[in-house]
Write a protein that binds this ligand. Structure first.
Ligand code: DGI
Ligand code: FE
Ligand code: FE
Length: 196
C-alpha cells in the first residue's frame, strides 16, 4: 500500500472543511465495527470507510472530468446533479492518488450514495456506516437504525433507502432512479426471505 491509514487520514484532514473530516473518521470506525460483527476484512472496511467521501470537496467540473477520464458511466441525473458523482469520482481518486486497486473497496466508495442491487458485504457496511456514524444527527430514527445495523444489515439498508426516498420526496428533490432501483431490490429480497 502506498500510504498508511495514518497518512491517508492526515491528507484528508488537511483537505476537508468543517465537519467532513469528523464524519469521515466516524464512517471509518463504524465500518470497522460492522466488519467485526459480520466478518469482513477489518483493513478493507477501514480503508473504504476512510476514503468513501474523498472526492466530496472537489469542484463539480473536476468530478465529471475524473469520471470521464476513468470511463465511469455518468447518467443524465448525475450530469444534472454532479454531487451524486462524488462516489464514482472518489473511486477514481482512490486509484489515482492513494493507489487503491481492490475492486471491492473501490465499489464500496463508488456506490455509497445510492447503493445498488446485490451489494457485497463491504458495500453494505460502508453504505450503512455513512448513515449511522455517531456524528450524524439529522436523520430520523437514528437510535433504531444504529441498533438494527448490528442485527440485520439488509433490513437496515432497506430502512435507510426508504427513509432517504421519503426525505427526498417531502423536500421536493429530484430522485435518482438508482436509489429507487436499490430500494426495490432490497424490499423484494426481504419480502422473499420473510416468506420462506
Ligand atoms: O456524502 P454524505 O453527505 O456523507 O452522504 P451521501 O453520499 O449518502 O449523500 C447524502 C445525500 O445524497 C443526501 O442529502 C441525500 C442525497 N441523495 C441520496 N440519494 C439521492 C440523493 N439526492 C438526490 N437528489 N437523489 C437521490 O436519489
Ligand atoms: Fe458521500
Ligand atoms: Fe459520507
Amino acid at each position: 500500500m502506498k500510504y498508511s491509514i495514518e497518512e491517508i487520514q492526515e491528507k484528508l484532514r488537511k483537505k476537508f472543511k468543517g465537519n467532513r473530516f469528523i464524519h469521515t473518521l466516524g464512517v471509518e470506525y463504524t465500518s470497522v465495527c460492522l466488519a467485526m460483527k459480520y466478518g469482513e476484512d477489518l483493513e478493507k472496511a477501514e480503508l473504504a470507510g476512510l476514503l468513501h467521501d474523498c472526492a466530496k470537496q472537489l469542484p463539480e467540473k473536476k468530478m465529471i472530468q475524473l469520471c470521464t477520464d476513468h470511463k465511469e458511466v455518468i447518467s443524465e441525473m448525475e450530469m444534472e446533479h454532479p454531487f451524486l458523482l462524488h462516489g464514482k469520482a472518489g473511486a477514481c481518486l482512490a486509484q489515482d492518488k492513494f493507489e487503491i486497486n481492490d475492486e471491492d473497496i473501490l465499489n464500496a466508495i463508488r456506490y455509497h450514495t445510492t447503493g445498488r442491487p446485490a451489494m457485497t458485504l463491504l458495500e453494505k457496511i460502508v453504505f450503512v456506516a455513512d448513515y449511522i456514524e455517531p456524528n450524524r444527527n439529522k436523520a430520523d430514527h437514528l437510535d433504531e437504525l444504529r441498533r438494527s445495523a448490528f442485527e440485520n444489515l439488509d433490513e437496515t439498508v432497506l430502512l435507510i433507502l426508504d427513509q432517504t426516498l421519503d426525505y427526498l420526496e417531502t423536500s421536493g428533490k429530484d430522485i435518482d432512479q438508482q436509489t429507487v432501483i436499490t430500494r426495490d431490490y432490497y424490499r423484494d429480497l426481504l419480502r422473499s426471505s420473510n416468506n420462506e
